[in-house]
Design a protein around this ligand. Structure first.
Ligand SMILES: [Zn+2]
Length: 358
């Protein structure tokens, strides 16, 4: 089961297609002459490996020209993570001690026997379903594992220290270099405070235990602006914006949503989507930005991470604001290092600080 490319034998995967969308049939595109041989070979190989099938007779209404001749291994052509999530979840469902995120599977147990049973059962299910594993990516019999940036061990859950603390400590570590003068400024102070916070927040994370009292905090108040938008998406009567008198509805935001109304879809009575991302209610936005910022990956990556999951008007601005003074994020962004230029005190006795990009 550690060899070759698996072929899922379970029930066929259904791709839900919006019937209202006109199929796109791209014209045949010429492949650069020097590559046409390679492409042909790759297609034959994929066909032999049972990854693609030749379409006989009339072409399907959907056709996509090969834009970039395959550079990657066919193994790297992957299904979307949502499909993986569902397929793997179904394959391992009901086995105690097994969880998956997308195609990553974690197997655990309180004792060696529990762990071994879970592992056996998982192998059996994968075999039955025709799925294979990449042995190089497997780790067996560990007393701690890093799974999606979080370390799991018998002590509990902690953020993957390798990933996070290195960046956080950078301003402090810089001071210890031989050719550097000891200079504790605001950057070091911020890093120190952050580190303190991160270290103490780790200790409050623990495994879920159904025997403990659990509080669940749910924000159930409806977002009136989103509610109104859902109504307009359904009725198409956006012109009614001008009649709105409810002060709890953010007219500016409504207008921003109107400008992208063609991309908005409703799901049930309460969920608004832009493409496949949830338009987040305003109460949750600060929290979402904070979660996206947690890994301190810098402005660009934080924005990209946020955008991959959710959307709301002005989210770029929110991220900019949340991160612009974070020294941990600036330490990972090498292109724009910010140096403060101190100006003389103004008449009102305030210090003016300008920022210059070098
Ligand atoms: Zn940061």
């Amino acid at each position: 089961m550690f060899e070759g490319i698996g072929k899922y034998k379970g029930k066929p995967i259904q791709l839900h297609i919006d019937e209202n969308v006109k199929p796109v049939a791209q014209r045949h595109r010429m492949i650069p002459f020097h590559l046409s041989d390679k492409v042909e070979k790759e297609l034959i190989k994929l066909q032999e490996q049972d990854i693609i099938e030749k379409v006989e007779g009339t072409p399907t209404p959907w056709m996509w020209a090969i834009r970039n001749p395959p550079k990657k291994n066919p193994e790297e052509i992957r299904l979307s993570s949502e499909i993986f999530q569902e397929v793997i979840c179904n394959v391992v469902s009901g086995i105690p001690g097994v969880k998956n995120i997308s195609d990553d599977i974690i197997i655990y147990g309180k004792s060696q026997a529990e762990h071994d049973n879970a592992l056996d059962a998982t192998f059996k299910r994968l075999l039955e379903n025709g799925l294979t594993l990449n042995l190089e990516k497997c780790e067996f019999n560990k007393d701690q594992v890093v799974f999606f940036g979080v370390t799991f061990s018998k002590e509990g859950i902690s953020p993957n220290p390798k990933k996070k603390y290195a960046t956080l400590c950078e301003p402090l570590r810089r001071l210890t270099r031989q050719d550097t003068n000891w200079n504790w400024c605001s950057e070091q102070e911020t890093a120190f405070e952050k580190l303190k916070y991160e270290l103490s927040s780790d200790t409050v994370m623990t495994y879920f235990n159904s025997k403990h009292d659990i509080d669940i905090l749910v924000d159930a108040s409806p977002d009136k602006t989103i509610q109104k938008t859902i109504e307009f998406v359904r009725t198409g009567q956006w012109f009614k914006i001008k009649n709105i008198t409810d002060l709890e509805i953010d007219i500016k935001e409504l207008q921003a949503l109107r400008s992208i109304s063609g991309e908005l879809v409703t799901y049930g009575d309460t969920i608004l989507l832009r493409d496949n991302r949830i338009v987040l209610p305003s109460e949750l936005r600060v929290r979402a930005v904070n979660i996206a910022h947690e890994g301190h990956q810098g402005i660009t990556k934080t924005k990209a991470f946020l955008r991959s999951k959710i959307w709301f008007p002005g989210h770029n601005y929110r991220v900019d604001n949340a991160i612009k003074e974070c020294s941990a994020c600036q330490a990972v962004t090498h292109t724009k290092r910010i140096k403060p230029l101190r100006m003389s005190e103004s008449t009102e006795n305030r210090v003016l600080i300008l920022w210059s990009f070098t």
